[in-house]
Write a protein that binds this ligand. Structure first.
Ligand code: SF4
Length: 460
C-alpha cells in the first residue's frame, strides 16, 4: 500500500518526483518523502501528510541533485508515524543509500529478530529496514549484487527503488505482485508504481519492470539482471478491482477496461429488472459503466462523493454518528426517489458502510436496491502488501451471501464469482494472485497469524 517513484539524470529531479508522487497519492496518504543526491551529499525531506502538505517551494529548493526517489505511504507493516516514513536513507561502509519500498515482506520479523540477535540496531518498525541491513552486511562488490543478496533472503512482495550517488536501481519480486514500470523523459529514466505518473510529467511509458528483474540505471545506460528462480506470475488482482488508478496501464492492461469488464461479467446472467445502475464512487464507476452497457439499464450518478474528507476525520459522538456516511457520500434525492436501483461497489469488507448507504437510499425513497459487487467475497486477509482487516472483521469469512444481504437490508445481493472474474480477464494464462478470495496463499508466512494488520478500508 505505497507508491514509489524514481528519476535518474534530470536537473529538476526533486520537482519531477514531487509531481510523480502527486499522481501516486491514491497509493498512500499517511506520509510522503523525497531523497536525492547532489554529488555525494544526500538530501532528504519526509513528513506525515499529503504530498501537497509535505512539500513547499522552499523545501523543494533544498532538494538539489539530478537523481531522486520518492515515496507515499500507507502502512502495512510498522505503525503510522514519521520514523517509519520513507525513503529510508542510511550511511554504511560503502557510502549513502536511499530506499523506497512498496509491498510486504512475509519473513521480515524472523530476519529482523536474527539481525537484532547479532547486534543490529533498528531505527524503525518497518519491514523495509530489514533490506537495508542485509545490504549493509553484504560482502559483494557492487550495490546491485548486494541488493540481490538481500532480496534472495527475503520473501514476500516488493517493488522498490534504491538510489546511490551514481545509480538508480529498480527491483520487482519474482511473482510481480506489486506493479512497477519504466519510462523516459528526454535523457532521463523514470521508475513509477503506476504509469499515470508518466502522463502527468509527459514522460514516455517504455515498459513494465519484469517480475524478478533488477534494473540498474547509471551513466552507462540501463542494464537488467534476472538473478532469481523463475516462478509463476502472481499480480495482485485487487490492484485492478480497487487500488490502482483507472488511467494506469498495469499487468499488460488498462485498469479502467478491466473494471468495466468486471461490471460486464456481473451483468451477464443477472436477471434483475431496474430503472438505473448507480456506482458507489469512485472505484465502483468503471464496473457500473460495464454493467450498464451489458445489461442495457441506464447508468446514473445517483451518489456523489465528497473528495475533501481527509483520513484524519474525527469520528463524531455516538449520538450523531449516523451522519457519518453522508460526509463521504450523498444521494441525488430526485433521481433515486421511487426507483429500482442496481448499486455497484468494488468490494465489501465489513459491510457497515454499504449498509449505511442502502439505508440512506431508502430514506430518499429508493423503491428497490439490488447490490452488486464487482469482486468475489473477500474472505481472507492479504499478507502481500494490501492492508485488509483481519479475518474476523471480514464479513464474508463467516457469513453467507444471504446473511450479508439480510445485514445490509438490500433486496438482492450478488458478487462477481472467481470464475467470472477470470473470464473477464479475457483468456490467456491467469497470472494473478486472488488469495483474499480463495485463500490460495502461494508464499508461506511462517508467523503471519501474529503479523499486525492495520485497518485500511476505513470507508467500509
Ligand atoms: S491477497 Fe488479495 S490483495 Fe493481497 S496480493 Fe493477493 S489479490 Fe492482492
Amino acid at each position: 500500500m505505497c507508491g514509489i517513484f524514481g528519476i535518474y539524470n534530470h536537473k529538476d529531479a526533486a520537482n519531477i518526483t514531487y509531481l510523480g508522487l502527486y499522481a501516486l497519492q491514491h497509493r498512500g496518504q499517511e506520509s510522503a518523502g523525497i531523497a536525492c543526491f547532489d554529488e555525494n551529499t544526500v538530501h532528504l525531506h519526509k513528513q506525515m501528510g499529503l504530498v501537497s502538505d509535505v512539500f513547499t517551494a522552499d523545501v523543494l529548493k533544498t532538494l538539489q541533485g539530478t537523481n531522486a526517489i520518492g515515496h507515499v505511504r500507507y502502512s502495512t507493516a510498522g505503525s503510522s508515524d514519521l520514523k517509519n516514513s520513507q525513503p529510508i536513507v542510511v550511511e554504511y561502509l560503502k557510502g549513502h543509500l536511499a530506499l523506497a519500498h512498496n509491498g510486504n515482506l512475509t519473513n521480515a520479523r524472523i530476519i529482523r529478530d536474527d539481525l537484532r540477535d547479532s547486534g543490529s540496531i533498528f531505527q524503525t518498525t518497518t519491514d523495509t529496514e530489514v533490506i537495508v541491513h542485509l545490504i549493509a552486511r553484504s560482502k559483494e562488490r557492487n550495490t546491485a549484487d548486494r541488493l540481490t543478496g538481500a532480496l534472495n533472503t527475503i520473501e514476500g512482495s516488493y517493488s522498490l527503488v534504491l538510489l546511490t550517488p551514481n545509480e538508480l536501481i529498480a527491483a520487482r519480486d519474482p511473482y510481480g505482485i506489486r506493479p512497477l514500470c519504466l519510462g523516459r523523459l528526454k535523457d532521463s529514466h523514470i521508475i513509477s508504481s503506476e504509469s499515470c505518473a508518466f502522463d502527468l510529467i509527459e514522460a514516455e511509458f517504455l515498459r513494465e519492470i519484469e517480475p524478478g528483474e533488477i534494473l540498474v540505471i547509471n551513466e552507462k545506460g540501463t542494464h537488467s539482471l534476472f538473478p532469481f528462480k523463475k516462478v509463476p506470475r502472481k499480480h495482485c488482482i485487487f490492484e485492478y478491482i480497487y487500488f490502482a488508478r483507472p488511467d494506469s496501464f498495469m499487468f499488460g492492461r488498462t485498469v479502467y477496461t478491466i473494471r468495466k469488464a468486471f461490471g460486464r461479467g456481473l451483468a451477464k446472467g443477472d436477471t434483475v429488472e431496474a430503472d438505473m445502475v448507480i456506482p458507489i464512487p469512485d472505484s465502483g464507476i468503471g464496473a457500473a459503466i460495464g454493467y450498464s452497457q451489458a445489461s442495457g439499464i441506464p447508468f446514473e450518478l445517483g451518489l456523489i462523493r465528497n473528495h475533501y474528507v481527509g483520513r484524519t476525520f474525527i469520528e463524531p459522538e455516538p449520538s450523531i454518528r449516523h451522519f457519518g456516511v453522508k460526509l463521504k457520500h450523498n444521494a441525488i434525492h430526485d433521481l433515486v426517489k421511487g426507483k429500482k436501483l442496481v448499486v455497484i461497489d468494488d468490494s465489501i469488507v465489513r459491510a457497515t458502510t454499504s449498509r449505511k448507504i442502502i439505508s440512506m437510499l431508502r430514506y430518499y425513497g429508493a423503491r428497490e436496491i439490488h447490490f452488486r459487487v464487482s469482486s468475489p467475497p473477500t474472505k481472507y486477509p492479504c499478507f502481500y502488501g494490501i492492508d485488509t482487516p483481519s479475518r474476523k472483521q471480514l464479513i464474508a469469512s463467516s457469513h453467507t451471501v444471504e446473511d450479508i444481504k439480510t445485514y445490509m437490508q438490500c433486496d438482492s445481493l450478488r458478487y462477481l464469482t472467481v470464475e467470472e472474474m477470470k473470464d473477464a480477464l479475457d483468456g490467456g494464462d491467469y497470472t494473478f494472485c486472488d488469495a483474499c478470495f480463495t485463500g490460495d496463499y502461494f508464499i508461506p508466512f511462517p508467523r503471519a497469524m501474529d503479523m499486525e494488520q492495520m485497518e485500511l478500508f476505513s470507508r467500509q
